[in-house]
Write a protein that binds this ligand. Structure first.
Ligand code: 86X
Length: 920
């Protein structure tokens, strides 16, 4: 299967140029200067071992890929169809946007602005992904990085704020073995000061994460650094990279994600002497595990002093690496090596200098250590956050809990050296976008995927969708709407039958054009919505007034190939939804259905997700063009000051009936066209919930949709162990479960209590119950409320009742809290001059309006507000969402409109109040 949008693009740029440019940027030593590239096929003159050159010709992307592969042994190319289809959008976007810059002799502002637009979207993508497609060596990464490198050669500077691009750029160059020139990170000097409106201070991490940059001249370094010189002497293959001083392996991870670094600890033990432990950055190089592993009796090693560090390893604090063992001529130090190290291809460590990282195979590293006369002692250190091996003592616990046989791999969350979970790195109010990404990943709702705009909904997210579905299905039964399922595919002729419907959407339709190698005679679209799929069946099914009303619903996925910035849940290329479609005898009946549909959506937002919405009509400009009238639920996200369309319910009138020949014999025997409705709500709901309720600690879930409503965590100590705490906690859990509370006793022994608190807070569980020795003695427990941090003790007797009422109270309080916030941001504006200042404050604005059908003035307001707003600030690059004010709806609930009130924009007589805002 092949989506036409993702099939090899018809580049507006000649392949010849691509080949030339790509070659140009590949300054690897293995590329001979005699390389000849021509088009449309690519001809490469390659030296052979015997010295006689061979000429190889390839075509298309394969050519470039193969060529790139031939220039580097480290390139991991996987030319599967998948790789091809996923790279194309990035490659074609880079070409289209960078092309003017690549061919320009001198730069005009528009040259760089197109490139910067591209770099901004790249940066945005790389905020949440390490690479463009699946892995480090994908064609997309290499081609795009190569093109950027050419732009740089020509003098283009990647704007300093795009630190993600900078990091990715060097990493790709690095991993792929390409010698890409480092990104010049512009110093924030006068230029920045010139900019109006002080921009946010660059976060400290942006400064710190100066990426790895290849050594300008490794020959010089090789001779100046003894350790590296000895590698060369031993014939060990290695690579050297420079970076700003890195004091921890965590920093290195930031510089170059995806690479394996060492983490080194130098210890002194009174009885057993000195130890240098070299572990993988993501291992738990716990000394207790080392002691067990090496069978050291009576050992109690401590961190060695800085003096000792200098004396035995010849380095300063922060620069220790395994190669420093060479200094220990007297063999005083035991070298301990993490077994997991052997799993990686290349391991990076400091050669006694923490501005440099040297990469080599772990086998070579072992060989190096052995030639210094040290025996390498291997220890089986666990992955950080994973259960320690059976032989080790579990954190805080007494009983051993080894998983004999298969060792389960747990993906480690971000943790610090002590193994405690790291908090969110961003603040909701100051770095909303980054915060959001952190919350949805750390709460285990979302995993990223290698196709832009597509995300994995993990159980924690899907479960919320599940509870929305469960509730919704009950309501549908009540309304006598039946569930159905229609095919995913739609033929071209059907899709295009109703012109107005597809108009304006055509670019978003994804097509299947092939099966296997063969082209399909008729291209098949993937449903962006199902009107055109369902209504031909309606035409078959509806013959008489007795067949009406017809009320069906479908839960499904739909695909809309959006080009606007994708955001998990809010705007994804594939999403899940419910779409209701009904047909009725009369307009009145259809209109009743429209309102019933909309009322269900209010229920989902307000009653389940605890998010207030404003219900209303869309204006002529904003309604669904294929129908006749659109109603909507509009939500508000205080942290971004933006509104978001929550769900819509349409009265389709008789448009579709006419186009799809749907008609029936009415009660008088006359032929009539039914009145239709359609209504939908999507997984966007989950994103809105995260944005509205989440806080600086992570997700905050309203009890009604929380996968777990209560989590029980016990505090094990010497004073009271598992034997007492476990039955106590299980008893509480059973009592709550009996009342229908979704409860879990977190009985894991390999995590500390503190870790668990943090974990479940990040996941947003409404109530945590803590049980410690004092609680057991008092026959009580401690309740901690997630949304407001409230903590109180409660007796176990009667706890089930307390929890039940508390969950209801939390649900209500969460709604009240955000409603108050929303209401504080709802203002009335009577005159144009107050409009943009209120948009700037992130307000929802009610204005008197001349006419819901006055599209001309609506467009004018949008345009004028954008211009006025941009004069004072910069367009929000990160979210690529507009600063213009849009109409959100004409609220059903209309304030009084005194006679003679004028429209705030046109000055004409006002007929209604309209709600405006910046929106998603
Ligand atoms: C509009 C209308 C309607 C049923 C709903 O809003 C609720 C559930 N459908 C959907 N719409 C399109 O019609 C549409 C059509 C194409 Cl071809 C497309 F590519 C994207 C679309 N997006 C929205």
């Amino acid at each position: 299967m092949d989506l036409s949008l993702a099939s090899p693009p018809h580049l507006s740029f000649p392949l010849e140029t691509l080949a030339r440019l790509t070659a140009h940027s590949l300054k690897t030593t293995t590329v001979p200067s005699s390389t000849v590239l021509s088009s449309p096929a690519l001809t490469v003159t390659q030296p052979t071992l015997s010295g006689a050159p061979t000429i190889v010709t390839y075509t298309g992307y394969t050519a470039i890929g193969t060529y790139l592969a031939s220039t580097s042994t480290k390139l991991h190319l996987s030319p599967s169809p998948d790789t091809f289809s996923t790279l194309d959008s990035w490659v074609s976007a880079s070409f289209n946007l960078l092309a003017p810059l690549l061919v320009a002799k001198t730069f005009a502002p528009f040259h760089t602005s197109a490139a910067t637009q591209f770099v901004a979207s790249l940066d945005n993508h790389l905020k949440t992904a390490t690479y463009l497609t699946a892995g480090p060596g994908s064609y997309a990464d290499i081609l795009v990085a190569s093109l950027l490198s050419v732009c740089q050669d020509k003098g283009y500077t990647i704007p300093a704020e795009h630190v993600n691009v900078a990091r990715w750029f060097t990493t790709v160059g690095h991993v792929a073995g390409l010698k890409l020139k480092a990104v010049v990170v512009e110093k924030k000097g006068e230029k920045a000061a010139e900019k109006k409106g002080e921009k946010e201070e660059k976060p400290a991490t942006a400064e710190a994460s100066k990426p790895l940059t290849p050594m300008a001249d490794d020959d010089a370094y090789r001779t100046s650094n003894d350790l590296v010189a000895s590698l060369a002497a031993m014939g060990i293959t290695y690579t050297i990279y420079t970076h700003t001083a890195a004091f921890t392996s965590l920093e290195l991870e930031e510089f170059a994600p995806g690479l394996a670094h060492t983490k080194n600890v130098f210890l002194k033990d009174k009885k057993h002497g000195y130890f240098l432990i070299t572990g993988r950055h993501d291992s738990d190089t716990n000394t207790k595990i080392m002691i067990k592993g090496l069978g050291l009796t009576g050992a109690n090693p401590r961190m060695a002093s800085e003096d000792d560090l200098g004396k035995y390893l010849g380095v300063k604090k922060g620069s220790v690496g395994p190669m420093c063992i060479k200094c220990d001529g007297e063999q005083k130090v035991t070298f301990v090596f993490d077994k997991r190290m052997m799993e990686v291809d290349t391991i990076y460590s400091h050669p006694g200098d923490n501005t440099v990282s040297v990469g080599m195979s772990p086998k070579d590293l072992v060989k190096f250590v052995e030639t210094t006369g040290h025996e390498v002692k291997f220890v089986d250190f666990p992955v950080k956050g994973e259960a320690p091996p059976a032989s080790a003592k579990p954190a805080g616990g007494e009983k051993k809990q080894g998983k004999q046989g298969k060792q389960e791999k747990v993906v480690a969350k971000k943790q610090n050296a002590e193994g405690t979970l790291l908090a969110l790195q961003y603040k909701k109010m100051s770095q909303f976008h980054e915060w959001y990404s952190d919350v949805i990943t750390l709460s285990e709702m979302i995993s990223y995927y290698d196709i832009s705009g597509c995300y994995i909904l993990r159980p924690w997210a899907y479960s919320i969708w599940d509870s929305i579905q469960t509730w919704f299905n009950v309501q549908l039964k009540e309304l006598e709407v039946d569930n159905t399922y229609f095919p995913l595919f739609v033929s071209k002729s059907r899709l295009e039958k109703e012109k107005e419907h597809v108009e304006g959407f055509a670019a978003e339709v994804a097509w299947v054009t092939k099966s296997g190698d063969g082209d399909l005679a008729e291209h098949i679209a993937i449903r962006p919505t199902s009107e055109t799929i369902m209504y031909p069946a309606f035409s078959d099914w509806i013959k008489s007034h007795r067949d009406l009303p017809l009320k069906i619903n479908q839960w499904s996925n739909v695909v809309r190939w959006e080009f606007k910035n994708p955001t998990p849940f809010l705007r994804s290329r594939e999403f899940l939804w419910q779409e209701g479609h009904t047909a009725h005898e009369s307009y009145e009946e259809s209109q009743e259905m429209v309102m019933q549909g909309l009322e269900l959506y209010r229920g989902v937002y307000e009653d389940l997700l605890a998010i207030p919405v404003v219900q209303g009509y869309k204006t002529e400009k904003e309604r669904f063009a294929g129908g006749f009238m659109t109603t909507t639920c509009e939500a508000y996200i205080p942290a971004s000051g933006r509104a978001i369309q929550g769900a819509t319910s349409h009265n389709l009138g008789q448009n579709f009936g006419k186009m799809f020949d749907i008609n029936f014999q009415d009660k008088e025997g006359k032929t009539a066209i039914p009145w239709q409705t359609s209504w939908g709500i999507t997984t966007r709901t989950i994103g809105v919930m995260v944005m509205v309720h989440g806080d600086d600690t992570g997700l905050v879930l309203p009890p009604r949709v929380a996968p777990l409503q209560v989590v029980i965590v016990d505090i094990i100590s010497k004073k009271m162990g598992r034997d007492v705490l476990e039955p106590y906690c299980r008893d509480i859990a059973a009592k709550l479960k009996a009342k229908g509370v979704r409860v879990k006793y977190d009985d894991r022994v390999n995590y500390t209590g503190g870790w668990k608190y943090n974990h479940w807070e990040q996941k947003g569980v409404p109530i945590r119950i803590e049980v410690g020795p004092r609680d057991v003695e008092a026959k009580s427990c401690r309740l901690c409320v997630r949304y407001n941090g409230e903590k109180y003790d409660f007796p176990v007797d009667g706890l089930d009742g307390e929890i039940e009422t508390k969950l209801v109270a939390i649900q209500k309080a969460m709604f009240d809290k955000v409603k108050k916030e929303r209401d504080e941001h709802m203002v009335k504006v009577m005159e144009w001059k107050d409009f943009v200042p209120n948009l700037e404050k992130g307000n929802l604005i009610l204005t008197p309006w001349c006419d819901p059908k006055n599209e001309e003035w609506e467009e004018k307001v949008k345009k004028m507000s954008r211009e006025e707003a941009l004069a004072g600030a910069e367009e929000d690059e990160k979210c690529a969402i507009s600063v213009a004010g849009k109409t959100l709806c004409i609220p059903f609930d209309q304030p009084e409109l005194p006679k003679g009130t004028k429209c705030f924009a046109s000055g004409l007589e006002a007929t209604c109040w309209v709600m405006w805002g910046r929106s998603y």
